[in-house]
Design a protein around this ligand. Structure first.
Ligand SMILES: [Zn+2]
Length: 340
């Protein structure tokens, strides 16, 4: 449910609390419009269009803006990081220096998830809409459903917020980010709710990282869809035939390495790009620990980030540093605000 305005009065009011839209007039916003308003007042941004939409029980307005952004560089441009998204823990980061970080879920996330499960059970016990028998939903069902939706939106909002904070922090720090491709096989195999929420994050984290690393001068590598990130041992490179989802620890049968499952996956993702860029198959510091097995090259397939792939079609295979900077000079961006 969305409506886009391209002509008429589209304005962010100087009080930084209201926006003016065609036909709708001046509307108060939930959050401050400061970031956008000062750019417009300063002349470094221009509004191209506005989209009003209803989502997760709230009204939003998104401004498509042409913005001039200062060129930035990541704090550690020569370090690569592997990102593994999970349910228990929002994400596990492993960088090419061997440092592992666990990013925890936002506060109240587990509470909200539990409430969601409880409310879903309640909804299913009541009389809902049935098209086969023509039964209309009962008032009790409608009430329970509305309450369930509210919590559903809450869970989604918590995760969206945490994902944004995560991707902003990652793209500000690392020069190269390696993420998994969307886990289609995993989604088909497991229908549990929590897994689905995490899987929805894979595509979104990739999208956010792609544009945010673009702003910061880094790049994103997407691991091959069938790259066995969680089944490979990041110590010796041996690949397990099977690793059940409930197994939280990775125990290698070959070298005896015992590691957190997600940390191992993140390490493998980080090693993927380190190995392919150095070309030796030895992943940085970890190379000293154990040699890579034969056939390591097969596992180092890395698909090009879409930005690079697009540039390849337009002209040269690689985009020179200078042209990258020019491309970043002026580009389009979207600012989203919640309407009261
Ligand atoms: Zn091993």
């Amino acid at each position: 449910m969305a409506c886009r305005f391209t002509t008429g009065t589209i304005r962010v009011e100087p009080d930084r609390r209201h926006v003016t839209l065609p036909r709708l007039g001046t509307i108060r916003t939930h959050e401050s419009t400061r970031k956008l308003e000062r750019r417009i007042a300063g002349g470094s941004a221009r509004i191209l269009s506005a989209t009003v939409r209803f989502e997760r029980g709230r009204w939003f307005v998104s401004f498509q803006v042409e913005v001039e952004r200062a060129e930035r560089t990541p704090a550690r441009p020569d370090v690569a990081v592997g990102v593994d998204l999970g349910v228990k823990c929002l994400a596990v980061l492993a960088d090419s220096r061997g440092e592992i970080r666990h990013v925890l879920n936002p506060a109240h996330y587990d509470t909200a998830l539990k409430a969601l499960k409880r409310l879903s059970r309640r909804v299913s016990r009541r009389h809902g809409l049935d098209r086969r028998t023509g039964q209309t939903p009962s008032k009790r069902w409608l009430k329970a459903n509305a309450e369930r939706n509210r919590v559903h939106h809450q869970v989604a909002n918590l995760r969206t917020d945490a994902l944004h904070k995560l991707t902003t922090a990652i793209s500000a720090e690392y020069g190269t980010v390696v993420v998994e491709d969307l886990n289609v096989a995993g989604m088909l195999r497991n229908r549990r709710l929590a897994r689905k929420i995490a899987d929805a994050g894979f595509g979104e984290i990739r999208r956010q990282l792609t544009y945010k690393t673009g702003w910061n001068g880094g790049q994103v590598h997407v691991a091959d869809r069938w790259f066995p990130s969680s089944k490979t041992c990041c110590g010796c490179g041996a690949v397990k035939a099977k690793l059940p989802l409930h197994a939280r620890a990775f125990c290698c049968d070959v070298c005896g390495l015992v590691m957190d499952r997600d940390a191992n996956a993140a390490c493998n993702l980080a090693a993927l790009v380190t190995a392919s860029t150095t070309g030796t198959g030895v992943a940085g510091d970890r190379g000293a620990k154990a040699p890579k097995p034969r056939g390591a090259d097969q596992k180092t397939r890395v698909t090009l980030p879409s930005r690079m792939a697009g540039a390849g079609r337009a002209g040269g295979a690689t985009l020179p540093r200078q042209r990258q900077a020019e491309a970043r000079d002026r580009h389009q961006d979207t600012a989203t605000l919640t309407l009261r």
